[in-house]
Design a protein around this ligand. Structure first.
Ligand SMILES: [Zn+2]
Length: 74
């Protein structure tokens, strides 16, 4: 795949191998306008994408960023 310099693994900061999209269960809670879906694009490296606890960690990291209020992905 093509890599861009801005893509790093969400969990460890390593080189990105896969790109995923996280969609919160309740988008409005995280700043989406009513009726709109909010989603966050993220990357994982080869190593992290295979770990069993990665989906759980990804969710925690992303929700922490969203609740921080400084991150927008519109
Ligand atoms: Zn990683």
């Amino acid at each position: 795949m093509n890599r861009t310099s801005g893509d790093f693994c969400l969990l460890c900061g390593g080189g990105a191998d896969v790109i995923g999209v996280f969609i919160p269960d309740d988008p409005q809670k995280w700043g989406a306008a009513p009726g709109k879906t909010r989603f966050v694009r993220y990357c994982l490296c080869e190593k992290c994408k295979c770990k069993n606890d990665t989906p759980e960690k990804v969710e925690k990291v992303i929700l922490a960023e969203l609740s921080g209020g400084g991150v927008t992905h519109e």
